[in-house]
Design a protein around this ligand. Structure first.
Ligand code: ADP
Length: 380
């Protein structure tokens, strides 16, 4: 790790042709006595010659390198860190609250990865610098949190003063949501390895003679999700398929009994359900989930955990008026009496799915036909 800014050299690889490189210098100065380290691929090359051109450095190195454009290049004796778990201090700039568990894009020295705040440690009160417990972060607030990244990035901790310690969180790759600084890597990141198992998803699903699938039902309360999900599970059983229905009630009574209905808790609710389902698919099962899952971002996050073609989003649709009329659990009545808040469709939003694999209008077809449509889709 670089100890102070003056001695460390950090650059981004802009282009490479054989043993000729173009580097964008981020920090420090490269000298012809240096050996260059290509941080992601861990290759090193001696510098043969250097010259400046158009604000960049053109370098000839001892032999050709096979590296990715954008790779971070450092002096071989000043190796930066490379992990996918970090602790950071973040200034939140977006008008929309930061919610742990939600997926954001992180950009650090040109490296773009998906990032999730896995633990919001505390926010820092501006005037007093006091640490305050929080479960979401509003515009203008600064917080300390742990982040999990979709793949490893090369970086330096903020104590080095290097630009490779700074990052932005963005919405996609455009709108800047936050500015952050990496405090340090989380040690567990380098200590935990996913054990390579000889028995995998393919082997387990072959044993069951089925293809694991994630059937994700989304829709307003009383739109018909549970009713239809139950019929789908029965039909699969009759077909000799091993399915499992994860339902709002069975999950909220156990795994998620610590969660309520605030936006932050809803995000965490969906994250746990998606991760649980992923394990079940890995076991070879066909999983059906029946949750309102009102936020598009969380449904996208859930989808991103699965392989191409595995995730089947089913919009169980009915108008709010019809759902209120059905009201099988008397929840809408409670909302009208003012006894229930944060209720989807009233004081909590429902983002209509834009591109679901299946859309079912339960005002137009009965539950039995709706389930049959889902089964037909699976058969295809
Ligand atoms: P959700 O799980 O979406 O909250 P439920 O399945 O618990 O909804 O409740 C839906 C209610 O609507 C049930 O009482 C069901 O009998 C009724 N219903 C009426 N028409 C349909 C339909 N086409 N599909 C599913 N449910 C329907």
């Amino acid at each position: 790790m670089a100890k102070d800014k003056s001695s460390a050299f950090r650059a981004r690889l802009l282009s490479v042709a054989g043993n000729s490189l173009t580097l964008e210098v981020l920090d420090g100065k490269v000298s012809s006595a240096d050996e260059l380290l290509f941080c992601s691929s861990s290759q090193t090359r001696k510098v043969l010659s250097l010259r400046e051109y158009d604000g960049h450095i053109l370098a000839e190195v001892s032999s050709a390198v096979e590296v990715q454009i954008g790779e971070i290049v450092a002096g071989a004796t000043q190796r930066p860190e490379c992990v996918d778990q970090i602790e950071a201090e973040i200034l939140w700039l977006s008008a929309q609250d930061m919610l742990p568990g939600r997926s954001y894009s992180l950009v650090c020295a040109g490296q773009l990865v998906d990032a999730t705040v896995t633990k919001l440690k505390y926010k820092v009160e501006e005037a007093s610098a006091k640490h305050i417990a929080a479960n979401s972060i509003a515009h203008g607030e600064t917080f300390i949190g742990n982040l999990s990244l979709s793949r490893k990035i090369v970086f330096d901790p903020i104590s080095t003063g290097l630009k490779t310690s700074q990052f932005e969180l963005r919405n996609g790759d455009t709108e800047v949501l936050a500015k952050g600084e990496i405090r340090h890597s989380l040690r567990r990141a380098s200590n935990v390895y996913w054990q390579t198992l000889a028995i995998d998803k393919a082997a387990r699903s072959k044993l069951k003679h089925q293809t694991p699938k994630m059937i994700w039902l989304t829709g307003l309360s009383a739109s018909g999700k549970s009713t239809i999900a139950n019929i789908v599970e029965k039909k699969l059983l009759v077909m000799g398929r091993h399915a499992y229905l994860l339902d709002g009630d069975n999950v909220r009574h156990g795994l998620n009994k610590d969660l309520g209905f605030t936006a932050a808790d809803r995000v965490e609710n969906i994250r746990r359900i998606a991760e649980t389902s992923k394990l079940m698919l890995d076991a070879g099962l066909i999983v059906i989930t029946s949750f309102i899952s009102p936020f598009r971002d969380e449904r996208r996050m859930a989808r991103s955990l699965f392989e191409e073609g595995e995730f089947i989003e089913v919009h169980i649709d009915a108008s709010l008026a019809v759902c209120e009329e059905r009201d099988p659990k008397g929840l809408y009545k409670k909302v009208r009496q003012g006894a229930l808040s944060n209720f989807t469709g009233f004081d909590s939003p429902y983002d209509i799915p834009e591109n679901p694999e299946i859309k079912i209008d339960t005002e137009a077809i009965c539950a039995e036909d709706a389930a049959a449509r889902i089964i037909d889709y699976l058969k295809e």
